[in-house]
Design a protein around this ligand. Structure first.
Ligand code: PMP
Ligand code: GLN
Length: 382
């Protein structure tokens, strides 16, 4: 077989989770909570899973009542005109499917797609599978802010799409209103589309709000905005997300979605619609739910030899380990930490197409207090 992705191994998230299991390590590597979704949501799923008539294909773009609920939620959260459920909202199998479908829908062979690195591991391979060419632009280190001059320099007449991710995985950087203005100015008078990965939209800290591309009228006209119920409801295993995009982009996305997965699990969509309808305040509570986790984890590691980078959003903490080891690659250090200290982490080089190594590891702090304390006890011994 001639591989289409000969240089791609198994995703770092699977690799580190497997290693964590083999070593009996505390898994702060792959990003997922070690607590469950709200009980009312679990009960809703149980109810719908035992409701006659909820077991066949959902409509291809998503259950109408779920799309309605997403429209209301979007208008409420971002104070913007509601997206049209009929033509602008598509429910997908996680944000993962939305990412892939959006890229497959608009990237033609030879098209260039700007990817800001470090980047979520799926972006580059998904672009290449369309015959697209990822054009990697580094974020400024160590703030991981976007250097708009560098982005400008990377644009060419063949640039089809530019991908942004805020709050950012793995760095926790958050885009500002000024960033969105810079982006809009950069693409004005070009046909460049935007893909805005906003799966951590509700994990923002210190009172600083998430700025969605949906809030910028000019960007909204050319952007696929992605979100994930996996993140918002502590239910990464449910694999439900969605894409909001203008009608012309949504029509193209759905052409792919219908042949990729066709539709998303019916009872799961009903349960999420119930949750949005009956507890619309859920997402507003998330900053106050996650900030204490971030603060606790940072406090616990303050006495360690890890140097903690700032976290403005998301549920990951980056740390420099140069006071503990100066000779090891981040991969070697992450593996040793997992095997010898019993705490699994992700090496940040996994987020660079060329394995660029900044000497950083990533911890996931979407964990119960006891988990964070147990991990920190081990990490402080280094
Ligand atoms: N984008 C980013 C930045 C992510 O961290 C994740 C997390 N897994 C995804 C997309 C995929 O989301 P989902 O689990 O809903 O497929
Ligand atoms: N988004 C999660 C992370 O960054 C992992 C998702 C996955 O395992 N595919 O850790």
């Amino acid at each position: 077989i001639v591989s289409k992705l000969p240089d791609v191994g198994t995703s770092i998230f699977s690799v580190m989770t497997q290693l964590a299991q083999e070593c009996g390590a505390i898994n702060l590597a792959q990003g997922f909570p070690d607590y469950d979704p709200p009980l009312a949501l679990q009960e809703a799923l149980a109810r719908h899973a035992t409701t006659p008539g909820h077991h066949q294909y959902a409509p291809m773009p998503g259950l109408p009542r779920l799309r309605e609920a997403i429209a209301h939620k979007t208008a409420r959260v971002y104070q913007v005109p509601a997206p049209d459920p009929a033509t602008e909202i598509t429910v997908t199998c996680g944000a993962t499917e939305a990412l892939y479908a959006a890229l497959a829908a608009v990237v033609h062979p030879g098209d260039e797609v700007v990817v800001l690195e470090p980047a979520y591991d799926l972006y580059g391979p998904a672009i290449r599978l369309q015959g697209g060419i990822p054009v990697y632009v580094p974020l400024d280190s160590p703030t991981f802010r976007i250097n708009w001059e560098r982005v400008r320099a990377a644009l060419t007449p063949r640039t089809r799409l530019l991908m942004i991710n805020s709050p950012h995985n793995p760095s926790g950087a958050v885009l500002t209103t000024e960033d969105l203005e810079s982006l809009a100015a950069l693409v004005a008078d070009t046909p460049i589309l935007i893909l805005s990965d906003e799966v951590y939209e509700h994990m923002v800290f210190d009172g600083v709000p998430h700025r969605s591309a949906l809030q910028h009228p000019a960007l909204r006209e050319r952007t696929f905005v992605l979100s994930s119920f996996g993140k918002t409801y502590h239910a990464t295993g449910w694999k439900v997300g969605y894409c909001i995009a203008p009608p012309a982009l949504t029509a193209e996305l759905r052409r792919v979605h219908q042949f990729l997965t066709f539709a998303v699990s019916t009872p799961t969509q009903h349960a999420l619609a119930d949750a949005l309808e009956t507890d619309p305040a859920h997402d507003q509570q998330l900053p106050a739910f996650y900030q204490p986790k971030r603060d606790l984890f940072r406090e616990l590691l303050a006495a360690s030899r890890f140097e903690l980078l700032p976290v403005l959003g998301g549920y990951f903490q980056l740390a420099r380990y140069s006071q503990i080891s100066t000779t090891e690659s981040d991969v070697a250090f992450a593996q040793r930490l997992t095997r010898e200290s019993g705490v699994a982490v992700v090496p940040v080089s996994a987020f660079y197409h060329n394995g660029h190594d900044e000497g950083l590891i990533r911890f996931c702090f979407a964990k119960q207090e006891a988990t964070l304390r147990a991990a920190a006890d081990r990490l402080r011994e280094l």
